[in-house]
Design a protein around this ligand. Structure first.
Ligand code: PHE
Length: 452
């Protein structure tokens, strides 16, 4: 049981928490959460999202980490091993494959959006040295999206950053990146929230975010909120499972670290909402229907007004790029670890690079859907939104549901008890029934209602 992972190990519990939080906290919290709330009725969406985190997300997060820690290898091989050990069907390996495909699809557009944030960090850096101010954020954003070459450049640069860390491995790459950057991001957000207070619109922002308008809730809001809950916790695609595989065997309570990660992640999303919406309202923009451009259209207005706004702009987009970076690493790692196991240790660099090139090429579809192919529609969506929808809102909940069923019904009880030895009996039982019945049933109802 004291096996270590061939890919390396986290050097401490704190390092695991930072890495897992680094994976969870990313564009999902600061870019996607505010605009999802904006597009899906504010408070109603937020409430469903919070419920999904607590009832479905946290139990599955615990399941993923424990499966990883027991299996010790990449998701496909971990599931193969665990299914065998529990004497159950080999078909559960499909969870691993589903995760790998979802990770590749997500990374393809994630990197494009992360490229936007890199571009904005660069714009503020230039301003610091006398470059032109962003006087009309709407126009700046539209002109970025209409330029496929610029988008491809930043998307490529971001993918290079991601592959560089993953190629270096767990201790030298992943750990070093998250150690200082996560605390810095948190601090920045607090400063922005404080600035939001000075606008005098905090009350309206809170009302938009937290006062549910029940008439807005329909099957679609449930699906988007559930998808967002999975996306923001990096669940359903075996990222957390892979990170769990690098966790030391003893001295760490999985439910505790899981709860710490889920709480931090939720706090960052809510803080991001409370930083952004007061500004949106203060500058006369509509809090509803902001779409993916929400933060790019609203925050630069505030940075223009704030004292030291340019420095804040640089810090904010710089750190957002970093948050995206510590997440994208975890999108690339599962497929990389799998290739390493398949073709031997020496090839980590080559493994990471092959997957990254694939994701980069797929990302070009998203790049082009923003301009040249903007008229192409699949199921009423442009290509980028379509890929995002399939991967985030369908594949992640489906993967999560299968993980819940596998852990709840198929996995051998001794393994569960051994991995969760610190968990009191009553909590353990509650957790198990959440996985067996509640979480899968909720996901199923939401998927069926949305697709019907
Ligand atoms: N959780 C990340 C975010 O919120 C995205 C992510 C999803 C990362 C799935 C890994 C796996 O930005």
């Amino acid at each position: 049981m004291d096996k270590t992972s061939i890919h390396g190990m986290w050097s401490s519990r704190l390092m695991f928490i930072l890495a897992a939080t680094g994976s969870a906290v990313g564009l999902g919290n600061i870019w996607r959460f505010p605009y999802m709330a904006s597009d899906n009725g504010g408070g109603a969406f937020v409430l469903v999202y919070l419920a999904c985190i607590a009832i479905v997300g946290l139990p599955i997060l615990i399941a993923e980490i424990l499966i990883g820690r027991h299996g010790r290898v990449s998701p496909v091989n971990t599931l193969r091993g665990l299914a065998k050990e529990s004497g159950t069907s080999r078909n559960w390996v499909a969870i691993g494959w589903l995760g790998i495909v979802a990770g590749i699809l997500i990374l393809s557009f994630y990197s494009v959006v992360a490229g936007w944030t890199l571009h904005y960090a660069w714009l503020y850096l230039k301003q610091l040295f006398g470059g032109a101010a962003i006087t009309d954020p709407g126009a700046t954003f539209t002109s970025l999206l209409s330029n496929p070459f610029e988008l491809t450049f930043w998307h490529g640069l971001f993918m290079l950053l991601t592959v560089a860390v993953v190629a270096l491995g767990v201790e030298h790459g992943l750990e070093r990146a998250v150690r200082f950057l996560m605390p810095a991001l948190f601090l920045m957000l607090l400063i922005l929230v404080a600035y939001g207070f000075t606008t005098g619109h905090v009350g309206e922002a809170a009302a938009f975010l937290f006062r549910p308008d029940w008439s807005k809730i329909d099957g679609n809001v449930f699906l988007r909120a559930m998808g967002q809950a999975f996306f923001t916790l990096s669940l359903g695609m075996c990222a957390m499972m892979t990170y769990g595989a690098y966790l030391p065997r003893s001295g760490i309570s999985i439910p505790r670290v899981g709860a710490a990660v889920a709480l931090t992640d939720t706090a960052v999303a809510l803080l991001a909402g409370m930083a952004i919406f007061p500004l949106v309202i203060a500058f006369g923009l509509d809090p509803a229907g902001g779409g993916p451009g929400l933060i790019f259209n609203s925050l630069p207005l505030a940075f223009n007004e704030m004292p030291f706004g340019i420095v804040y702009g640089l810090l904010f987009f710089g750190l957002l790029s970093v948050a995206a970076w510590t997440s994208s690493i975890s999108l690339l790692e599962p497929a990389t670890a799998f290739l390493v196991e398949k073709y031997g240790m020496a090839s980590r660099k080559r493994a990471a690079l092959s997957i990254a090139v694939l994701c980069w090429a797929l990302g070009l579809l998203s790049v082009l859907s923003l301009n040249v192919w903007s008229d192409v529609r699949i199921l009423d969506r442009d290509i980028m939104t379509f890929i995002e929808f399939i991967a985030n809102d369908l594949m992640l909940p489906l993967g999560g549901m299968l993980i819940a069923l596998f852990t709840g019904w198929a996995l051998n009880n001794t393994i569960l008890r051994e991995q969760l030895s610190e968990m009191p009996e009553a909590l353990f039982t509650a957790w198990r029934w959440l996985l067996r019945i509640v979480a899968p049933a909720l996901v199923l109802v939401v998927l069926l209602r949305a697709l019907a």
